[in-house]
Design a protein around this ligand. Structure first.
Ligand SMILES: *[C@@H]1O[C@H](CO)[C@@H](O)[C@H](O)[C@H]1NC(C)=O
Ligand SMILES: *[C@@H]1O[C@H](CO)[C@@H](O)[C@H](O)[C@H]1NC(C)=O
Ligand SMILES: *[C@@H]1O[C@H](CO)[C@@H](O)[C@H](O)[C@H]1NC(C)=O
Ligand SMILES: *[C@@H]1O[C@H](CO)[C@@H](O)[C@H](O)[C@H]1NC(C)=O
Ligand SMILES: *[C@@H]1O[C@H](CO)[C@@H](O)[C@H](O)[C@H]1NC(C)=O
Ligand SMILES: *[C@@H]1O[C@H](CO)[C@@H](O)[C@H](O)[C@H]1NC(C)=O
Ligand SMILES: *[C@@H]1O[C@H](CO)[C@@H](O)[C@H](O)[C@H]1NC(C)=O
Ligand SMILES: *[C@@H]1O[C@H](CO)[C@@H](O)[C@H](O)[C@H]1NC(C)=O
Ligand SMILES: *[C@@H]1O[C@H](CO)[C@@H](O)[C@H](O)[C@H]1NC(C)=O
Ligand SMILES: *[C@@H]1O[C@H](CO)[C@@H](O)[C@H](O)[C@H]1NC(C)=O
Ligand SMILES: CC(=O)N[C@H]1CO[C@H](CO)[C@@H](O)[C@@H]1O
Length: 459
């Protein structure tokens, strides 16, 4: 057990590099932004070939609902179910999971546990792999009229074990990056900006039982005239959890050009602590932006801090024709584990479309996805240079995932009968700092097409 912690820490520290000199100051958006470049990178990786294979489901009529990739060992979980023929948004209350290992060997799991009606109509289910023998099915159900989020632990021998209460209906559930440190549920903050967290153990190796280990609250900074717009969680290098708050100044309380209209704070719940740190200010701006969205955060390769992707939505006026338009600018926000800000970098957007999503990659850079009739992927390096990845996936592909361990995008073609066709395309590696185990990549909850789940299987 201890070894796995050492391993992860070692792996992250191995890839030491000196990104940027740190600064203790909080930057405003007008300062120290390195400009984005428009030169395109050349795709020099010609050696890798696309890989395709077909999965054939033995049970007639099952439909693909989602897939989950396991970052450590490159295995894949396929979630299938019967659609409710009378209600296409709903499924029948049974789960059929297929676990495909790296070698392509498949384990079939058909669960007789009956899922609650609220979880399946409309479908409100997620799957969190916990160990190499246990996963948790997460769903919403009502108890005495109160909606809550519950998890049922299942083992890979088709058995359901105990059901646990996780928190209110809208929270986030995520695993620690240190394998044996279990998982957390963080509720959505209430009107006062208080979010309850509950930290659970991993399933007991024999009984599969999960227990709550500690709990507490995250408190958003309570600043007069500011309101909480959004919050976001991310994983800490030490196995703990971070929580980020986006605050906006309430303009009805007056205005002043020197006011910081937007402020972003971060608070750390370290693995050995019983309560989170005070919130640290990591970004603020006097610009009256429409909105700030933070996509995802991950640790930097030197494991000293974090990098988040941030989108600023602004309305700009064209002085020539007096017309206003919406502009979305993307940035990397870097801060240290101490909460001190490091750097703000602009990221260029190769599409003229705001409908993009960014994923941080183990081997350097970001994957930018742009959906129109086809799915285009771009690779962005840390300086904001980008390149379009060779051919995009055609319109017949409708589901995507990433194998972070070998920098591969997997696309799945629209299902035909019992067949699922997979196509794997590798993404060029910008660096080899990340090892086979990779540094942690953080998932953003509820993302439409991309679903990353990290399972660090330790044999
Ligand atoms: C690809 O090769 C060209 C020419 O050799 C070089 O200028 C460029 O930096 C290379 N790009 C990458 C991503 O290695
Ligand atoms: C990447 O990993 C996946 C999952 O293990 C595997 O199926 C695929 O063959 C790998 N791709 C390459 C190019 O090795
Ligand atoms: C599930 O139910 C079916 C039909 O009732 C039964 O044949 C099967 O053995 C059950 N499986 C488990 C794991 O209980
Ligand atoms: C679980 O269910 C699958 C499919 O019904 C079956 O092939 C497998 O043997 C079952 N596993 C166990 C341990 O019962
Ligand atoms: C799966 O869970 C059942 C019920 O707790 C247990 O009897 C069985 O031994 C477990 N199987 C494995 C492989 O852990
Ligand atoms: C601002 O962004 C947050 C996070 O994405 C979102 O929940 C909220 O609805 C947005 N607000 C507006 C006014 O667009
Ligand atoms: C940007 O903000 C404007 C105005 O609030 C809104 O209409 C638009 O949907 C936002 N764009 C994105 C991509 O969030
Ligand atoms: C631009 O629009 C504003 C508000 O609609 C108006 O007051 C102003 O006169 C316009 N200026 C020009 C140059 O058309
Ligand atoms: C996927 O296939 C189904 C039937 O097999 C069809 O009704 C549906 O339109 C297809 N969707 C796309 C995006 O091609
Ligand atoms: C990373 O390592 C692989 C395999 O050793 C090598 O082919 C590739 O050129 C390396 N990439 C970089 C950017 O160093
Ligand atoms: C362009 C700019 O504002 N550069 C500043 C970046 O930050 C350093 C130290 O924090 C300043 O010395 C520079 O003037």
């Amino acid at each position: 057990m201890f070894n796995s912690k050492m391993l992860i820490t070692f792996v992250c520290l191995l890839s030491i590099c000196c990104f940027f000199a740190s600064s203790q100051n909080v930057l405003s958006s007008s300062q120290n932004i390195s400009s984005s470049q428009t030169t395109s990178l050349q795709d020099n990786s010609t050696s890798t070939q696309d890989i395709s294979f077909i999965y054939e489901e033995p049970i007639n009529g099952l439909k693909l609902y989602n897939t989950y990739t396991f970052s450590l060992d490159g295995s894949l979980m396929i979630w299938m179910a019967f659609e409710d023929e009378d209600h296409p948004a709903c499924m029948l209350p049974y789960l059929h999971l297929r676990f495909m290992d790296k070698a392509g060997k498949i384990k079939y799991m058909d669960f007789n546990y009956t899922l609650p009606a609220e979880a399946i109509c409309p479908i409100n289910i997620d799957i969190l792999p916990l160990t190499n023998n246990y996963a948790m099915i997460i769903y919403v159900k009502s108890n005495n009229g109160v909606k809550g989020k519950y998890g049922i632990i299942i083992n890979y021998s088709n058995e359901s074990i105990n059901e646990i209460y996780l928190g209110n209906a809208d929270g986030f559930v995520g695993r620690s990056i240190v394998p044996y440190k279990g998982f957390i549920n963080i509720e959505k903050p209430d009107k006062e900006g208080i979010a309850i967290w509950r930290w659970f153990s991993l399933p007991d190796i024999i009984t599969g039982e999960v227990v709550k280990q500690k709990n507490g609250e995250f408190h958003a900074p309570n600043i007069l005239s500011y309101t909480l717009v959004d919050s976001l969680n991310f994983l800490l290098v030490d196995g703990g959890f971070g929580f980020m708050y986006i605050l906006k100044y309430d303009e009805t309380k007056g205005s002043d050009p020197n006011l910081q209209y937007w402020r972003v704070y971060v608070s750390f719940l370290r693995e050995d602590a019983d309560s989170p740190t005070i919130p640290y200010l990591v970004y603020q701006t006097t610009e009256r932006l429409n909105n700030i969205t933070i996509n995802s955060c991950t640790t930097t390769y030197n494991a000293e801090g974090y990098v988040c992707t941030m989108a600023l939505n602004n309305t700009v006026m064209n002085k020539k024709n007096n017309k206003s338009r919406t502009e979305i600018n993307y940035y990397q926000l870097r801060f240290l584990s101490t909460g001190a800000l490091e750097q703000l970098n602009k990221i260029s957007n190769p599409t003229n479309n705001a409908d993009i999503d960014l994923e941080i990659l183990y081997y350097g850079g970001f994957l930018m996805e742009h959906i129109h009739s086809t799915m285009d992927f771009y690779l962005l390096d840390n300086n904001g240079n980008y390149m379009q990845l060779r051919e995009s996936f055609g319109p017949e592909f409708f589901h995507f995932n990433i194998f972070h361990i070998n920098n591969t995008i997997v696309g799945i073609k629209n299902q035909s009968n019992n067949k699922l066709e997979f196509l794997l395309k590798s993404i060029p590696r910008l660096n080899n700092r990340s090892t086979e185990y990779g540094c942690p990549v953080i998932e953003k909850q509820g993302q439409l097409l991309m679903k990353l789940l990290i399972l660090r299987l330790k044999k």
